[in-house]
Write a protein that binds this ligand. Structure first.
Ligand code: HEM
Length: 289
């Protein structure tokens, strides 16, 4: 049996390239921080810089964890499920670092940390998401799955969607000026959640290429509309003007276009993999005759 700390080995104890690749991916932000160490140390607020990095990567890995289920179906790569837990726990490690760095920034004065968190809305929201993620990480072991029972465990872990929503609200709340990246992140999460809702509604585990295309177009239209209403309300301008500006590509690529491009790449992958699979099945059938 493989010891649980040997993250690079699969359940049978063999070296796994998928697990090694995932570990590499999870360590990449650390490597990037080391490369940027000089700039971070000599920056205006080194700890704040690290708080931002840890929070950002926690959100990214939370998204990657949620992407495992749709992606393994679309890419017809079932083995991906093997690394879902590693990705989720990785996201939690970054969020634990996020809070630890915040505590360091408050001079490790726990009274001040609690006071800050309970007196600022964006920290109350972030703190609630933090507790949620900690609960999911603590119940992610095989022992806890057995203890809770499959159904209760799955129900508990469905809280991840609410936690992701809180994390995104926290991200928007602390963003002072340009909301382009938070809006893009929100629309990617929107795509991942809409994928599950559509699969549930169609009572299927595999959406057709056409459904994926419709989903992508609907999410990108929603992103354009949501951004227009958000910016329009915040800056007291007509949302129609903001919407108009989104089509002026010289002024910058808006998140609606980005999510459309990402979604179309997924649609293309599904199209290719579906044809590839049916050709392989036909070849196997002919060989068996
Ligand atoms: C007790 C819990 C938390 C605390 C105390 C906290 C604190 C903070 C602070 C102080 C900032 C920087 C704000 C600024 O400079 O004005 C920040 C930013 C951020 N936090 Fe949190 N946070 C918490 C939970 C979370 C959680 C659970 C997530 C996501 C899973 C998260 C994701 C982020 C992101 C994405 C940013 C912005 C990063 C960027 O600018 O790229 N935080 N947080």
């Amino acid at each position: 049996m493989t010891a649980s700390w040997q993250l690079w080995r699969d359940k049978r104890g063999r070296l796994s390239s998928l697990r090694i690749g995932t570990l590499g991916l999870l360590l990449m932000p650390l490597a990037k921080a080391l490369v940027d160490a000089h700039a971070i140390i000599h920056g205006a607020r080194p700890l704040n810089d690290l708080i931002h990095r840890a929070g950002f990567w926690a959100l990214v890995f939370l998204g990657v964890t949620l992407a495992v289920t749709p992606f393994r179906r679309i890419a017809r790569y079932g083995n991906l499920i093997e690394v879902r837990r590693m990705l989720g726990v990785g996201a939690f490690c970054y969020i634990a670092a996020h809070l630890t760095l915040f505590t360091a920034d408050q001079g490790f004065d726990l009274g001040k940390v609690v006071h800050e968190i309970s007196h600022r809305w964006y920290l109350i929201v972030g703190g609630t998401a933090w507790l949620g993620l900690a609960t999911l990480a603590a119940t992610s072991t095989d022992g806890m799955v057995r203890r809770l029972g499959g159904l209760r465990w799955r129900r508990l872990h469905q809280a991840v969607y609410g936690i992701a929503l809180l994390a995104l609200i926290h991200y928007f709340q602390q963003t002072k000026a340009d909301v382009t990246v938070p809006a893009f992140a929100a629309s990617l999460f929107g795509w991942l959640i809409a994928y599950r809702l559509l699969a549930w509604w169609q009572q299927t585990s595999e959406l057709s290429t056409l459904s994926l295309l419709a989903l992508t177009i609907a999410v990108s239209i929603n992103t354009f509309i949501g951004e227009a209403i958000g910016i329009g309300t915040a800056f007291h301008v007509s949302p129609m003007l903001v919407l108009d500006a989104a089509f002026d590509l010289d002024a910058g690529i808006r998140p609606g276009w980005e999510v459309l491009a990402a979604g179309l790449a997924v649609v293309a992958l599904d199209f290719v993999r579906a044809r590839w699979n049916s050709r392989a099945a036909r070849t196997r059938a002919v060989a068996a005759e």
